[in-house]
Write a protein that binds this ligand. Structure first.
Ligand code: HEC
Length: 207
């Protein structure tokens, strides 16, 4: 055990030495401008190298305040839960029509996309903090490991009757999460029209 730990430490050390050596030897290729400048001005050799765009003054390292501003900006432009949920609505609608037309591969595709986008929604804000905080994780876990497993099985078994009943049960489960999220007016119902018409719902002749 001790020996193994030692070997790992030694391995990590060696790796560090090799990588460090490589970096030093390749530095002048990675940073030709900086390297040349350092050779001409040895007094500045102690300064950390900076990435420099030709014709531009060298960029100063980011201050903590600038980094915080960057994070705030990235948060602002990051995709939010409404976008991922619109996708869920889209795929879950198409799932209904694919299964109703017996196009089970298309149904399986739409099922997987819908599930992935609910997961994404939860990953974006596991706890919603608009008003009273709502922890979406346990709600999603019970749906994911419950009714969604049955729905997937009905698709795999190409069982239309089972599909129809579990699809409706899932819609109720969707609503449970909306209600918990203080959004009871988002009440999913069986769709009456497909969300798109560019992909055919007809099963391929070979199937
Ligand atoms: C884990 C919780 C959760 C589950 C499960 C869930 N949703 Fe949602 N859904 C939300 C939240 C939260 C919003 C509001 C997002 C926002 O606008 O901030 C939402 C919004 C929506 C919207 C409205 C999107 C818009 O902006 O127009 C639709 C459509 C939707 N969900 C469909 C579904 C369907 C269909 C299911 C089930 C297959 C489902 N949702 C399951 C949490 C969930």
């Amino acid at each position: 055990m001790k020996c193994q730990v030692k070997r790992q430490t030694l391995g990590a050390l060696l790796c560090g030495v090799v990588l460090g050596g490589l970096l030093v030897s390749q530095w002048k290729f990675i940073m030709p401008t900086t390297h040349a400048a350092q050779e001409q001005a040895p007094a500045q050799a102690q300064q950390p190298p900076q990435v420099q765009t030709p014709g531009q003054p060298p960029a100063a390292p980011e201050t903590p305040a600038q980094m915080q501003a960057d994070i705030a900006r990235l948060n602002q432009i990051a995709v939010d839960q409404d976008h991922t949920m619109i996708d869920v609505g889209y795929h879950f609608t198409n799932l209904w029509f694919a299964a109703k037309q017996g196009n089970w591969p298309l149904a399986a595709f739409n099922f997987a996309e819908a599930r992935k986008h609910i997961q994404w929604t939860v990953d974006i804000h596991p706890v919603r903090r608009l008003g009273e905080p709502v922890d979406l994780v346990p709600i999603w876990d019970s749906i994911r490991n419950g009714v969604l497993v049955s729905l997937k099985a009905s698709i795999d078994q190409k069982d239309e009757a089972k599909f129809e009943s579990t699809y409706k049960q899932t819609l109720t489960a969707c609503w449970t999460c909306h209600q918990a999220s203080h959004l009871p007016f988002l009440h999913p119902v069986v769709p009456t029209a497909p969300a798109q018409t560019i992909i055919s719902f007809d099963p391929l002749p070979a199937e």
